[in-house]
Design a protein around this ligand. Structure first.
Ligand code: TYD
Length: 211
């Protein structure tokens, strides 16, 4: 079973993934948690390249192909092998991030993007996608305070430095994707405290697993 978590910066994906992994493990399930970009051995360099603010001149298409290369390798090296062993894979961001950020955010043509995204995914779409939805101003505030707590400069990270308008387009992109893919998307209100959000996440996943 392949579950992806999506949402703008500061939506709390990694906290929810940690909680869900713990919950599923207490039910005796094998669980692997992973992330994009960079969730595989070769991914560290790609992640650094993609997120380094010094690379602000990276063209939208070059950026797109780096994310797709990262995804193709991540699938081959991490996700598919785990799914073949019947392990539940919880992934922080996947192909929907590319549509939301490179498509709705950067303005890459959505039709072209659909084709290349499908090529990278190679038929392996998530069973379930949890969209942690919240207003971008709330998410960005959270992301900045997290960066300060981490000792990372508030302006560090190419995407955190993008405008509120950019993140608003990304959020709208996610909501459009959720409306188009109702079978696998579930929208969760992520503006609430983490435990409340997790209450919904757990219910959704338990219900899905119960069939
Ligand atoms: P990360 O630090 O993992 O952010 P977050 O904690 O919000 O998930 O950085 C990942 C960034 O990469 C994030 O800003 C979204 C962006 N991204 C894309 O633009 N396209 C993609 O296909 C993926 C996977 C991520």
């Amino acid at each position: 079973m392949f579950i992806t978590f999506e949402g703008i910066e500061g939506s709390g994906k990694s906290t929810q993934i940690t909680k869900l992994a713990e919950h599923l493990r207490t039910q005796g399930k094998g669980v692997a948690t992973t992330f994009e970009p960079g969730g595989h051995a070769l991914g560290k360099a790609l992640r650094a390249m993609l997120l380094d603010p010094a690379n602000k001149d990276l063209s939208p298409r070059a950026e797109l192909f780096l994310y797709l290369a990262d995804r193709a390798q991540h699938l081959a090296q991490v996700v598919r092998p785990a799914l073949n062993e019947d392990i539940v894979v919880l992934c922080d961001r996947f192909a929907d991030s590319t549509t939301a950020y490179q498509g709705y955010g950067r303005g890459v043509d959505l039709g072209e993007l659909r084709a290349v995204n499908a090529m990278a995914v190679d038929g392996l779409w998530p069973d379930l996608t949890l969209l942690l939805d919240l207003p971008p101003d709330v998410g960005l505030k959270r992301a900045f305070s997290r960066n300060i707590a981490d000792g990372t400069a508030a302006t560090e990270g190419r995407f955190e430095a993008e405008s509120l308008a950019f993140h608003t387009r990304v959020r709208e992109g996610y909501l459009a994707l959720a409306a188009l893919n109702k079978d696998r998307f579930r929208i969760v209100d992520a503006s609430r405290p983490p435990d409340e959000v997790f209450g919904d996440v757990r219910l959704i996943v338990d219900k899905y697993l119960a069939g």
